[in-house]
Write a protein that binds this ligand. Sequence first.
Ligand SMILES: [Zn+2]
Length: 105
Amino acid sequence: MATATKTQKGVRFIGRAEFKASGKVLYRVQADGSANIHDVTVIDGKVTSCVANGETCQGFYYRRQCCHSAFVAALEAERTNREAEKQAYREFEFQCGHYSIPGLY
Ligand SMILES: [Zn+2]
């Protein structure tokens, strides 16, 4: 990748949990070449913490930014876009009275 402006380690997605009551989303990720599992918390679409082995991730602690939080923020943004699209489509469906279009969901 000659065009890449900065080198970023690959991050692997492990899991996602949503706590509806508190509006909190928890992501579990792991960076390539690292044994540490990182738990990234997202509140209102913003990453608020990155924790590994009970301690704040060093990158996040010093810079409020690390490969884990960047990865999660991108996933979360993509997800929000998809939800908005689905919602827009549902509204369209409702207005037009098409309640089921096979193969779309
Ligand atoms: Zn991190």
